[in-house]
Design a protein around this ligand. Structure first.
Ligand SMILES: *Cc1c(COP(=O)(O)O)cnc(C)c1O
Length: 399
């Protein structure tokens, strides 16, 4: 595939933007390639400025569940834009999107719209701290909750020590308030709670972890997590930025039947426009300004064009019969094809899948947490990635 134009634009971009991009994974550093510079997209395909067409498995990292440039969504965006792109004042559509979300995810009795998943997760943590009057939070190694200071934290030297910054520029004083636990390790979590439980404001988790490749929760891990947090008066925050409206219309919590205290959403609820949301039990959300003392605000929160895209996306899903069972069938077919191809060429792989979320690991062991995920063969992954791209299949550039 020729990529002359992409190369040229990327080289110019690299002089002006860090890594040539506005979000690091797009730079293809981990696979050592020049990223295709996208010109446009429709349905399942994206086309780069050199005219190469790709089947898009990335879907903008989650939001484009209906495919690119879906007619209904585009029409909703056009209609909204014609009436003005921002008012800084309330609109009826914000209520309609909030109602759609709350009906689909009933644990979100009250919610607030923001402009990104990062903002939503950061604000949910603040609400949890404001409600409980406690400072400590627990997150899991390999889970991603956006790039706010307190969440860019990795494990300290021992299981029961405070976290340390996972990025330059994060003060140690911030990371001290974050404890990093091991995904699927309920015993480790119990130890953490034994030592710090009465000071833990919240545990934040991706109920299905999709940022270290895909890692599924063990049977009853989430159930035990729910009762553990409850017994210490700590809140449980589900970060469903990926899983929300992806694994079911009610998210992972609907699928597994577990009710968190707070939920964080993003990606799909904006239908490709910048929208995030956080919400949960009413008495917690009543702590948020202007009702309560927890401050959080946003000039473009509930933006009319973004909200229109979100409403249209959620309604389209809602009104499509068998939406999720069809996604599951497609995911299953893809999994089968991977398994057959790997067997044919005698390549050891492990696949984790739930519905349309699927990860292929070049790994001899089951992937159940961060440690097992990073033991995957990166060399093989690079080769696979570049061969896929050559064949016009655009996949995730990182685990
Ligand atoms: C993408 C993601 C975020 C961050 O959302 P942004 O809109 O990129 O800020 C947070 N949590 C999870 C689980 C995500 O996948």
């Amino acid at each position: 595939m020729n990529n002359f134009k992409s190369k040229e634009v990327f080289e110019k971009s690299c002089k002006l933007m860090p890594g040539g991009v506005n979000s690091p994974v797009r730079a293809y550093r981990s696979v050592g390639l020049v990223p295709p510079i996208v010109k446009k997209a429709a349905g399942s395909r994206i086309i780069d400025i050199d005219g190469n067409e790709y089947i898009d498995y990335v879907c903008s990292w989650g939001p484009m569940i209906l495919g690119h440039a879906h007619d209904d969504v585009i029409n909703a965006i056009k209609a909204a834009a014609e009436n003005g792109t921002s008012y800084g004042a309330p609109t009826e559509n914000e209520f309609i999107l909030a109602e759609l979300i709350s009906e689909a995810v009933p644990s979100m009795e009250m919610l607030r719209l923001v402009s990104s998943g990062t903002e939503a997760a950061m604000s949910a943590i603040r609400a949890a701290r404001g409600y409980t009057g406690r400072d400590l939070i627990v997150k899991f190694e390999g889970c991603y909750h956006g790039h706010s200071d307190g969440l860019l934290v990795k494990a300290g030297s021992g299981a029961l020590t405070a976290g340390v910054p996972d990025s330059a520029g994060v003060p140690k004083d911030y990371s001290r308030n974050t404890i990093v636990a091991v995904y699927n390790d309920i015993e480790g979590l119990k130890e953490i709670f034994k030592s710090f439980g009465n000071n833990i404001a919240a545990v934040i988790i991706e109920p299905v972890a999709a940022n270290m490749g895909l890692v599924l929760p063990d049977y009853d891990f989430l159930g035990q997590l729910r009762s553990l947090t409850q017994s210490y008066g700590s809140l449980l925050i589900f970060d469903e930025v990926i899983t929300g409206f992806r694994v079911s219309f009610g998210g992972a919590q609907g699928l597994y039947g577990i009710k968190p205290d707070l939920t964080v959403l993003g990606k799909i609820i904006g239908g490709g426009m910048p929208v995030g949301a956080y919400g949960g039990r009413k008495e917690i959300m009543e702590k948020v300004a202007p009702l309560g003392p927890v401050y959080q605000a946003g000039t473009l929160s509930g933006n009319p064009v973004a909200v229109a895209a979100g409403i249209s996306t959620l309604n389209t899903i809602k009104n499509t019969a068998d939406f999720y069972s069809r996604l599951d069938c497609l995911g299953e077919a893809l999994q089968k094809a991977y398994v057959e191809a790997a067997a044919r060429y005698n390549v050891e792989i492990r696949i984790n899948r739930i519905g349309s979320l699927l990860s292929v690991f070049f790994n001899n062991n089951n992937v159940i947490d961060y440690n097992s995920a990073v033991k995957s063969d990166l060399k093989k992954f690079k080769k696979y990635f570049s061969a896929m791209l050559d064949r016009g299949i655009y996949i995730f550039s990182e685990l």
